[in-house]
Design a protein around this ligand. Structure first.
Ligand code: HEC
Ligand code: HEC
Ligand code: HEC
Length: 472
């Protein structure tokens, strides 16, 4: 059941007066403000979470998997019965920046308010106008979120906010160019890159000292995008990054999973100036070295690993015959992958089917994206075209389903030949990606037993608060 916001007549009048005051711009400006609001909603990718697959725009209902259970995204259409039609601009600003609903209850940080906290007053206003006037109201309730104790206590998020919600509309830094400042605003605020790319601590907070240094998000791994040359994207030019955000691909990296979605819904629609601004800012961040392969050679970055296959058995007429003696991995590759990625793993000349050596999915310190690509495939549609690789998982529509042992054999063969030979996977690793990604600490806490988990959580919170106090 969805909560209904109760208001006295006077309260309602006051709210609508406030809303009117806040939105009363000259008629000509209205269209411009609406357009800005729509652009910001796209840049912030509100639809990624608030529109369910096949559902009505912004009507919510999508269950967002968290380590402690599903969190249902709200209906944020201007419906007064089921959406945010009764929200004043102040309520709206508070939800976006402070993670508090109009009725005063706290939101879970599955709603990325720690990033939206950086939105400027003007942008909040434009978003509000767009949501109230540009989005069609949908009078349909969403399901409710039922997390286990103690996570069901929404007020516990107040403690979380005390620790991890930084106050902060971003003010321009005069030391830097306008482009850089715009990039910083977009990256840290609306585009919320860190929601996926920053590793999280035990309480699911983003780790500040590991900002954008790479994190597991479900079955996919959002890699290190700091300018470190070996672990991050320091070897990319600014234009590489702009191209990737616009199209989802460069020769060394292709976007699948949640990054493909973010590009489809959001980044590809941003202006070139905004994409350049983000790339400019990201290029000036502190470089963070992750993983310890002991190498610092610039050419040994994760986009340069591997080389074309040289199996004689893969060439010419001896191909079919030669395969008999080859490893299971090689045979699986020939049977299921070579038709697109080619016998030497070099892909096609036009680049539509990418090369598997010098490829981000195989050269990094984790095989998550290789395993996820095999299990879930790639399906990304942008102005640049439709890129599709079939899934080999247990989807009902999968043409071929490979089992865990087969995928492990295939992946180990590919890592050895085309990727990072120091990484290898087991069939359990494949199962974990099949199950939606490695479990996190919080899940363990929850599994220890709800009450025990609650006690641990409270003790940890108190310890952290005391620690902070002492440091101040
Ligand atoms: C990464 C997912 C995600 C994105 C992106 C996102 N939201 Fe949310 N939002 C949620 C979830 C989940 C909830 C419900 C959380 C809860 O119940 O505690 C929510 C709740 C809200 C609420 C509270 C509504 C209510 O009364 O229940 C508002 C308002 C809102 N979002 C607005 C927005 C706007 C505007 C944007 C884009 C600027 C946006 N959200 C982007 C996940 C997201
Ligand atoms: C919803 C989660 C999510 C958000 C938000 C997100 N990313 Fe990603 N990103 C990913 C995932 C997952 C991958 C890995 C995709 C793959 O390789 O198939 C990725 C890959 C990348 C890569 C390629 C890196 C490599 O080594 O292959 C770059 C660059 C990147 N993201 C930049 C950004 C920037 C910049 C932003 C913000 C403007 C952003 N991402 C926001 C999830 C996300
Ligand atoms: C029908 C053609 C086809 C087949 C068969 C195929 N792929 Fe792909 N593969 C693609 C396409 C298309 C892409 C994505 C290109 C893009 O995103 O721009 C891709 C991308 C990939 C990526 C990069 C994904 C990422 O997120 O970075 C990997 C790794 C990969 N394939 C491995 C495999 C393996 C292993 C097999 C065999 C099990 C296989 N592919 C079979 C067409 C195919």
């Amino acid at each position: 059941m969805r909560r209904v916001i109760m208001m006295t007549g006077a309260g309602a009048l006051l709210l609508s007066l406030q809303a009117m005051a806040a939105t009363s711009t000259p008629a000509g400006d209205d269209a411009a403000v609406m357009a800005r609001g729509a652009y910001l909603a796209t840049a912030s990718d509100c639809t990624a979470c608030h529109t369910a697959p096949g559902g009505k725009p912004m009507a919510g209902g999508l269950a967002i998997a968290s380590p402690v259970g599903d969190i249902i995204a709200s209906n944020i259409t201007p419906s007064t019965s089921d959406g945010i039609g009764d929200y004043s601009e102040q309520d709206f600003a508070r939800a976006l920046r402070k993670g508090v609903r109009a009725d005063g209850a706290n939101l879970y940080p599955a709603m990325p308010y720690t990033a939206y906290a950086h939105l400027s007053d003007d942008d909040i206003h434009a978003l509000y106008v767009y949501f109230m006037k540009g989005v069609t109201p949908v009078n349909e309730p969403t399901g409710t979120t039922n997390l286990p104790f103690p996570m069901n206590l929404r007020f516990s998020m107040k403690f979380w906010n005390l620790l991890f919600l930084k106050d902060g509309v971003i003010t321009p830094d005069p030391q830097h160019s306008e482009t850089w400042n715009r990039g910083r605003y977009l990256v840290e605020g609306p585009a919320h890159c860190s929601t996926c790319h920053t590793p999280r601590g035990i309480l699911m907070q983003e780790k500040g000292d590991q900002w954008l240094a790479g994190a597991q998000v479900g079955p996919w791994y959002a890699p290190n995008i700091t300018p470190d040359v070996t672990s991050g994207i320091g070897s990319w030019s600014r234009q590489d990054l702009v191209t990737y955000l616009k199209t989802g691909r460069i020769d060394r990296a292709q976007a699948a999973g949640s990054m493909a979605e973010a590009i489809e819904h959001s980044f590809q629609h941003l202006t070139d100036d905004d994409l350049k601004a983000m790339a400019t800012y990201l290029g000036t961040l502190p470089a963070i070295r992750t993983g310890d392969d002991g190498s610092s050679a610039e050419e040994d970055n994760r986009f340069e690993r591997g080389s074309p296959g040289s199996d004689l058995s893969f060439r010419g007429t001896s191909y079919a015959k030669g395969l008999k003696g080859d490893s299971e991995g090689a045979q699986l590759y020939a049977a299921h992958c070579a038709s697109c990625h080619n016998y030497d793993g070099q892909g096609t000349a036009d680049g539509y089917y990418p090369s598997l050596y010098h490829n981000a999915a195989l050269g990094g310190d984790t095989a998550s994206n290789l395993l996820a690509a095999i299990l879930y495939g790639v399906d990304r549609e942008t102005q640049n075209g439709h890129f599709f690789m079939p899934p080999f998982g247990d989807q009902p529509n999968a043409v071929t389903s490979l089992d865990n042992e087969q995928i492990a054999a295939l992946a180990n063969y590919l890592l050895e030949r085309y990727g990072n030979p120091d990484v290898s996977v087991s069939s359990q690793d494949v199962q974990s990606i099949r199950d939606g990604g490695p479990a996190s600490n919080i899940l363990m806490l929850a599994r220890v037993g709800m009450a025990a988990g609650g006690i641990v959580l409270v003790v940890v919170l108190i310890a952290v608060i005391l620690h902070r106090r002492r440091r101040r």
